[in-house]
Design a binder for this molecule. Structure first.
Ligand code: AVI
Length: 321
């Protein structure tokens, strides 16, 4: 059985690498070169994201944590006693503790994350902090479907999607994802979503271009990962981190800008860059209460409650199917 499991894991690894390679080659073949932000999160990328959250400029994490602390009793009151809490993109699961503390009667916690390293570390820490809670980690790309482990079938599920990760999707993808969650969880389900709010552009730009350069390192790390996992030869130092505000689309965009004319080889294919040409690596949409409500409603959710923090504004929305 051990050999079979090892083979299955190797196959899954291989499938994942194939998808990563396919997406990377396709992304480098369009006029605006683009990568999906989901590939930021290898072990090093997940650690760099945690470091971003500690920078003075990146306000979303500490603002949302403060807000969740205040509203945890209201959220706990909306969650059924024996519910399974399913978190999408759980990372270090730090904010989850606020809900676990406020709702000790939960049947189980299911963290879903694309990074096995981040997931394993978080599960170990939570198991020692909450010894009587069932913790069932799932390594998965939640954009490809949401699986609740069989053992938990029949329990009410409350989904938790903090951090404004919803903002990393194009609006139509965000609607598709929220609709998929609603269909998966069924009638009466609840969905708790964190959504960062529009604010002065200087505050936004600083949050995505911190003085210490942690966000720049996070952005460039995707090139390091592509070199290592896909046998590419990106000259990582020849790409500059750029954060720009796209007012028409109400989003911060991150790019990697080629500082010189150069050619890069990925899996034997050559890609030419002009000096100043960019790879668009991430969108981070910023919402108003109304724009987020409209998105949730398009996906078939009703707004049960919403809380917006004091400046810098961050929103937590409680949705009901
Ligand atoms: C995970 N996600 C919500 C972060 C964001 O703010 O869009 C990722 C990030 N990118 C740069 N800094 C943080």
């Amino acid at each position: 059985a051990g050999v079979r499991l090892a083979r299955a894991l190797a196959r899954a690894d291989d499938d994942e690498r194939q998808a990563f390679l396919r997406d990377t080659l396709a992304g480098l073949s369009t006029p605006q070169k683009t990568f999906s932000p989901k590939y930021f999160y290898d072990g090093a990328g997940s650690a760099l994201f945690e470091a971003i959250c500690e920078t003075p400029e990146y306000y979303p994490t500490r603002t949302e944590t403060g807000l969740l602390h205040t509203i945890a009793p209201a959220l706990a009151a909306a969650i059924p006693d024996d519910a399974v809490l399913l978190e999408l993109g759980s990372g270090a699961s730090d904010k989850t503790r606020l809900l676990l503390d406020a709702k000790p009667s939960l049947a189980a916690y299911v963290p879903v994350d694309i990074s096995p390293d981040a997931l394993q570390g978080a599960a170990e820490r939570l198991r020692s902090a909450y010894p009587s809670l069932a913790i069932v980690p799932v390594v998965a790309d939640f954009t490809q479907g949401i699986d609740v482990p069989d053992a938990l079938a029949g329990k009410p599920v409350v989904a938790f999607f903090p951090g404004s990760t919803i903002g990393n999707f194009e609006p139509h993808e965000a609607v598709d994802l929220m609709r998929a969650v609603r269909r998966r969880l069924g009638a009466g389900a609840r969905f708790i979503v964190g959504a960062d709010q529009v604010k002065p552009v200087d505050v936004l730009l600083a949050a995505y271009d911190d003085a210490e350069g942690v966000t720049a390192a996070f952005n460039r790390n995707v090139l390091v990962r592509i070199n290592r996992e896909l046998g590419a030869d990106f000259d990582v130092g020849a790409f500059e981190h750029r954060a720009v505000w796209n007012a028409a689309k109400s989003r911060i965009e991150m790019h990697l800008e080629s500082s010189v004319a150069q050619t890069v080889t990925v899996a034997g294919q050559r890609f030419a860059f002009e000096a100043g040409e960019t790879i668009h690596t991430e969108n981070s949409h910023k919402f108003t209460p109304e724009s987020f409500q409209a998105l949730a409603e398009r996906a078939g959710w009703a707004i049960e409650a919403q809380w917006i923090s004091d400046t810098p504004a961050f929103g937590v929305f409680l949705l009901k199917a």
